[in-house]
Ligand binder design. Structure first.
Ligand code: 13P
Length: 252
């Protein structure tokens, strides 16, 4: 049985004051024994402070990105070891905003996955197609390519401590979520692709759905057999909505 994950990606939102308010609400409304792991990914500059505020709670600290290299002359970058050092346990890699806005290639994303994994972080690998790809019937092809580069470089075994997030680009921040059937179809495809290399790992890998998950649609998405929770953007900035989403995730 896979324990689900609900992860909040705050993206580039917040301030010290806003974060403090959000954290206060998250702590006040936290369930005593959630049925899912709950990860919170604030902007890099606030990681330490939010991490301190969340210490000892149900919430686990995650980062939104990491450098593929270990150390050295990489101005502006932050290494996996540094994230680990300040208490991060998870890190998102290959978010579509990074792939599209900052031109991150499949190869770079795979190196980030490897760097995070090798320093003991749990990488959350984001994959997903753009609208034109879906309309052209190329969803599986795109997702397979993004996944295969990581499996080739790192091996399926790394998914023992790794998570996949299927985030169709057309569903991110648009209010138009994938239907539960659409999500399930791609999640099953991803699991099958991993199973072709290692069936045991595939059965244990947690595959999250992301893209306009809200309090009102989380339960029907998470009820699908291959959907093991969600990666939440906008709705993770509202404590009550995020916690309603968390409550919708149950081991399947
Ligand atoms: P939204 O939930 O705002 O659509 O964002 C999803 C996302 O990109 C999470 O990483």
């Amino acid at each position: 049985m896979r324990r689900p994950i609900v992860a909040g990606n705050w993206k580039m939102h917040g301030s010290r004051a806003e974060n403090a308010r959000l954290v206060e609400e998250l702590l006040a409304q936290a369930p005593a024994a959630p049925a899912a792991d709950c990860v919170v990914c604030p902007p890099l500059v606030y990681l330490q402070e939010v991490g301190r505020q969340l210490r000892g709670s149900i919430y686990i600290l995650g980062a939104q990105d990491v450098c593929a290299d270990t150390q050295g002359a990489f101005t502006g970058e932050v290494s996996a070891a540094m994230l680990k050092d300040i208490g991060c346990e998870y890190v998102i890699v290959g978010h579509s905003e990074r792939r599209l806005l900052y031109r991150e290639s499949d190869q770079l994303v795979a190196r980030k996955f490897s760097a995070a994994h090798s320093k003991g972080l749990v990488p959350i690998l984001c994959v997903g197609e753009q609208l034109a790809d879906r309309e052209a019937g190329r969803t599986n092809e795109i997702v397979a390519r993004q996944l295969d580069v990581v499996l080739e470089l790192c091996g399926a075994g790394t998914l023992e401590r790794g998570v996949i997030a299927y985030e169709p680009v057309w569903a991110i921040g648009t209010g138009r979520n994938a239907t539960p059937d659409q999500a399930q179809e791609v999640h099953a495809f991803i699991r099958g692709r991993i199973a072709a290399r290692d069936a045991k790992i595939a059965a244990a890998t947690r595959i999250l759905y992301g893209g306009s998950v809200k309090a009102g649609n989380a339960a029907e998405l998470f009820n699908r057999p291959d959907v093991d929770g969600g990666l939440i953007g906008g709705a993770s900035l509202k404590a009550d909505e995020f916690l309603t989403i968390l409550a919708a995730a149950r081991p399947g």
